[in-house]
Design a protein around this ligand. Structure first.
Ligand code: GLY
Length: 358
């Protein structure tokens, strides 16, 4: 059942009811809930109170954190599915952030050659990115998402219900992927998204913005489910972003993924301006919003060689020694498979530091 079919997206804060409805239609022989230690404590009880099918489901819980997204945890999930009688017509509900939806999705995609699964993302980052679009997998040999498969969840239930369990920095981290989607979508999407004054992540208005953002990703994934071309649009901000994230980790000062992506967006838009004439007034508006809401990363020119070296090892590169970027001619006009030389990247980093007053 490894599949890239289009997946049902349900936008609702009535999460328990949405799960019940899916189960009543899908009629799995047995239901399993996969959660990590955080979501088992903070989110599962909220759903169990309102859903008998979830209260009766077999729980599989593993310790929270990216370090557990590995083969040992995956094997323990497969083991529990085996021991508790999951047949081909069983189903899994993945309740958690990206680690849970990635690994739970991969466990379901591979168990008995594939059983059905539903993603219930509990973080903004997972709701807007990881839980949607069929990327599943685990980290392996020190590389993120090294083993995995494209396999869409049968349904993704997207809500803002659990966002108040997250620290503000985690919510802003997810918001960076929404900024990315708004720049890919074009039109007035960026200005509408950033004009929300007091960010109320739990309000009905925010669920509407989230829906709009997720649909940007859904439209792209439907056209290119296995990232042969257009899906690379979703890598906007991620070449420089991953370099900032790895660099910060190496310095012993880790930053949330979305903060690195936010800064990476500015670098990619500077390169877009240099190579493709991306409008400077939009570049300034994006930079100002990111400086105000994400602060600065403390790099100076002595870090450029290290950052370029990290970018050279990015798995998104073509393998011919060049460094790949996704760039924009303007908001809404994506150009994938662009490359930049180390000299161009250094100039872009200089301008990035000017824009963010670093
Ligand atoms: N995170 C980008 C993608 O799913 O393609």
């Amino acid at each position: 059942m490894l599949s890239q079919q289009s997946q049902e997206l349900i936008f609702s804060n009535s999460v328990a009811q949405a799960i019940e409805k899916w189960v009543n239609t899908a009629r799995p022989s047995k239901l399993f809930v996969i959660a990590d230690s955080n979501t088992a404590e903070l989110c599962l009880p909220v759903i169990e109170r309102e859903s008998k099918v979830i209260a009766d489901a077999h729980r599989i819980v593993f310790p929270a954190g990216e370090t557990h997204k590995n083969l040992d945890t995956l094997a323990s999930i497969w083991g529990e599915l085996c021991d508790y009688g999951a047949s081909r017509s069983a189903a899994v509900v993945n309740l958690g952030g990206g680690v849970v939806t990635d690994m739970g999705g991969f466990a379901a995609a591979t168990f008995k050659r594939g059983i059905r699964f539903v993603n219930v993302p509990t973080t903004l980052l997972a709701a807007v990115d990881a839980a949607v679009g069929g990327k599943t997998g685990i980290d392996f040999h020190g590389f993120k998402n090294e083993i995995g498969a494209f396999c869409c969840a049968d349904a993704v239930i997207i809500s803002t219900l659990f966002f108040n369990t997250l620290p503000q920095s985690e919510r802003m981290s997810g918001f960076a992927e929404m900024l990315k989607h708004s720049l890919i979508a074009g039109g007035d999407a960026f200005s509408r998204l950033t004009s929300v004054k007091e960010m109320d992540f739990a309000g009905a208005g925010f669920l509407e913005l989230l829906k709009e953002s997720v649909l940007v990703k859904k439209r792209i994934v439907e056209q290119d489910p296995t990232e042969k071309g257009l899906r690379k649009a979703l890598n906007l901000g991620h070449t420089a972003g991953h370099a900032f994230e790895s660099w910060a980790l190496e310095q012993g000062k880790p930053v949330p993924h979305g903060y690195a992506v936010a800064w990476g967006l500015v670098v990619d838009l500077v390169l877009s301006h240099i190579q493709l004439g991306f409008p400077s007034e939009t570049l300034r508006a994006v930079s100002a919003f990111i400086e105000e809401n994400y602060g600065r990363i403390a790099i100076d020119c002595s870090d450029y060689d290290t950052l370029v070296e990290i970018m050279r090892h990015d798995k998104k590169n073509a393998g011919d020694g060049s460094i790949s970027f996704t760039l924009l001619r303007a908001p809404g006009e994506v150009d994938v498979n662009r490359t930049a030389t180390p000299e161009e990247i250094s100039v872009a980093l200089d301008i990035f530091r000017d824009l963010l007053h670093i």
